[in-house]
Design a protein around this ligand. Sequence first.
Ligand code: PCA
Length: 200
Amino acid sequence: MILVTYFDPFGGHIANVSQEVATRLPRCDDVAIRELRTARRDVEKQLPQWIAEIEPNAILGLGQAQGRSVPTLERIGINLIDSQTPDNRQEIHRDDPIVFGGPSAYFSTLPLRRILDAVRHQGLPIDLSLSAGSFMCNQALYLMRHSAPDIPAGFLHLPLLPAQAAQTSHTPSMALNDQLTVVRITLDTITTWLRTRQHV
Ligand code: PCA
């Protein structure tokens, strides 16, 4: 079973691309899809709860990253929450560790190179990223690795949808169907990798 998480709209956005994509994924027995509320206190409660309930073999987090032109696989989650944007509990978090006394960072443990190759092979763009930012997406990646060190976990940031980008200027976007295909290939690749358990 793969646990897929996504976020609700935040920061005045009309939608969250991760929600639009995740809610259109084909339903199947191998994937459990859950919505995280974009709020620090909800993420720290919901995530460990679902991991305990579902006991997934792998975890893939999805989130929105305005300004990115292609989907990006995050390599690393850092022990920091810092943003001027209030979360969905209207709380602002500045310069705070995610886990007091926790390690500075965790690497993603999904087969990133393999996912990258598979998506590009199908003619769609994807890149690796060295920063998941310092808001709830980074928090989710950090907590996946912190609360379940033995479960392979990682995070995919998605660009805005064209309708979202149309609300602002000079902001890159990618069509919903293409983003959906990227996520489906990512899940297929993780599933195959879990079966073979060959590390990249
Ligand atoms: N993106 C934000 C939080 C929720 C989301 O979809 C982030 O990049 O941290």
